[in-house]
Design a binder for this molecule. Structure first.
Ligand SMILES: [Zn+2]
Length: 302
């Protein structure tokens, strides 16, 4: 599981800071999460093969989270993309994007699908044999979702020596890897656990931005390996959180602690501050394993 931060600041893009966008590579998928202004430029700058992106997840319709989407969709057309593109986001996203295409008479030559979200409960919105994606209902000034990405349980590891010793026909190896008990050549039932070990533990990633401090997301993101949680403010501006529906670094850490996550990645920093270290310091008063996002930073969580 690899996470590339393309932008991790709030409000407006500036000379040295980008608004929210990130690429999650998980189990052979490449997911784009949010698409702030200039995202396609940052994809190119970091040499990400962005034709591999087939799914885009937009948290909400504030500009710092999706102003790059129309540009990206348009560039895919100019690059004569053929693969389908799926966009998940709040109701209204289809109207915004298609209005621009309509007035420019520039329809895509690939299939573009919109999956508009309205539910205030967590729901499963994407699933295949390798991963699943659920929404995480957040509380912001407009309708907003975070997203939970989960690898599915992989195959069990077969100990071939033990399987041979147990006199199991190789034709059954596939079943063993899938977790089934099988009969050996003498008709004796062989318990799966006696010849296999669990495969790699499935990884999970939760993206939570933007939101006010919201404890009821804790059960949804419980025990995830990595939590990205917005931390717009430091403690000295904590009073702005409830008003603007954003969180502090310390509040993000509190959510991480309650949810027992592996690593907390902080992001969506207000550009009013000089440096990022105070975000880490304040969060670490509550939760130890904290990382700071930086534009262009790559986290390898495999
Ligand atoms: Zn924002």
């Amino acid at each position: 599981m690899k996470l590339t931060i393309l932008g991790c600041y709030s409000a407006t893009p500036r000379a040295l800071t980008n608004t929210t966008a990130q690429v999650l590579e998980i189990n052979n998928h490449m997911f784009l999460i949010d698409c702030g202004e200039g995202t396609q430029v940052h994809l190119r700058r970091h040499k990400i093969k962005f034709n591999r992106i087939k799914h885009v997840f937009i948290s909400h319709l504030h500009g710092d989270h999706f102003f790059g989407l129309v540009g990206l969709i348009s560039t895919f057309r100019l690059l004569t993309r053929e693969a389908d593109l799926h966009v998940y986001g709040p109701k209204g996203i289809k109207e915004i994007v298609t209005l621009q295409m309509k007035l420019a008479d520039s329809w895509t030559n690939y299939n573009l699908y919109f999956h508009e979200l309205t539910s205030k409960e967590s729901e499963l919105i994407y699933e295949d044999e390798l991963v699943e994606v659920h929404t995480i209902p957040l509380e912001h000034r407009i309708y907003t979702n975070g997203y939970l990405f989960k690898e599915k349980e992989g195959e069990r590891k077969l100990d071939v020596d033990l399987a041979e010793e147990a006199n199991i026909d190789v034709a059954y190896y596939r079943k063993l890897k899938q977790g089934f008990d099988v009969e050996n050549e003498d008709g004796i039932l062989i318990r799966n656990e006696s010849v296999t070990k669990p495969g790699q533990k499935p990884k999970s990633y939760a993206f939570c931005s933007d939101t006010v401090y919201k404890e009821d997301i804790v059960p949804i993101i419980k025990d995830v390996d990595v939590l990205y949680h917005e931390s717009t403010f430091l403690e000295k501006h904590a009073h702005l959180g409830p008003r603007t529906k954003h969180s502090t670094a310390k509040e993000a850490a509190s959510i991480a602690k309650q949810a027992n996550v592996g690593t907390l990645v902080l992001g969506h920093f207000s550009t009013r501050y000089g440096g990022l270290e105070p975000f880490k310091a304040e969060a670490q008063e509550v939760f130890e394993n904290v990382e700071l996002s930086e534009d262009g930073k790559v986290f390898d969580f495999s």
